[in-house]
Ligand binder design. Structure first.
Ligand code: GLP
Length: 233
């Protein structure tokens, strides 16, 4: 694991965009994308850049069950607003939150991932160490599934909704095994509320209680943290 400590999320976004450019220049075609507050500065940098993704494929990590693309809290909406409006891909995949047939939708999404091996996977991390929406206890070899969100994740994500009761209880998420198949993983974390998760991910034991700790076992991981998220290292 290569750990890069930067001053703040803006420097982190610049660094991450450089890595996207380097991978793109060396032939990466399939980009795994993430949502949340963390990747916003990266998407802002990519939007400003001269990178052209019109020949490439993007595959997002997750989507809330029940939310459609026009819902402002959906990850479809987020991606459109933060990246795709300015930088469209040839094809962009996200799980379909409006398909309530979980078995069908998750099998379909796993098939998409299997057919489009991910060259560079961008990740954030939850305060409880989750990646994608794979909560503590998720199996390290899991595939796309419907996840019951923990109270701590609902609380952490409530800041994006009008009231905590509005946060969906379930999400479809790419599995840990599928994330681990990406050739290069780029995880970003900014702010002191991520410091404990970062310490556990890098220095703690590899355990399903801290989903991100599985990355200790991946051959090519780059971690970009700001000084606050790095305080416990
Ligand atoms: C959500 C997403 C994750 C994200 C995490 C952290 O639960 N499913 O992919 O990494 O929250 O979000 P934020 O970057 O807003 O702190």
């Amino acid at each position: 694991m290569e750990v890069i400590v930067v001053k703040d999320k803006f420097a982190g976004g610049k660094k991450a965009a450089e890595i996207f450019k380097r991978e793109h220049d060396s032939g990466a075609k399939v980009f795994g994308l993430a949502t949340g507050g963390t990747p916003e500065t990266t998407y802002a940098e990519l939007t400003k850049s001269d990178l052209d993704f019109s020949d490439d494929v993007s595959i997002n990590l997750d989507e809330y069950v029940g939310l459609g693309a026009n819902d402002e809290q959906s990850y479809h909406y987020y991606m459109q607003k933060h990246l795709f409006d300015e930088k469209p891909f040839k094809k962009s995949y996200l799980p379909d939150g409006t398909d309530l047939d979980a078995a069908k939708e998750t099998a379909h999404y796993s098939e998409i991932i299997a057919q489009n091996p991910i060259d560079l996977q961008l990740l954030g991390i939850g305060e409880n160490g989750h990646i994608g929406f794979n909560e503590p206890g998720s199996a390290f070899d899991s595939k796309t599934s419907k996840i019951h969100l923990t109270d701590s994740t609902i609380k952490a994500n409530a800041r994006y909704f009008d009231k905590p009761e509005d946060v969906p209880q379930y999400a479809y998420s790419m599995g840990i095994g599928e994330i681990m198949n990406a050739k290069h993983i780029l995880l970003e974390a900014f702010g002191k509320n991520k410091a404990e998760a970062i310490k556990a991910m890098i220095e703690g034991p590899m355990t399903e209680d801290v989903p991100a700790s599985v990355l200790q076992n991946h051959p090519q991981v780059t971690v970009i943290v700001d000084e606050e998220a790095a305080t416990l290292l």
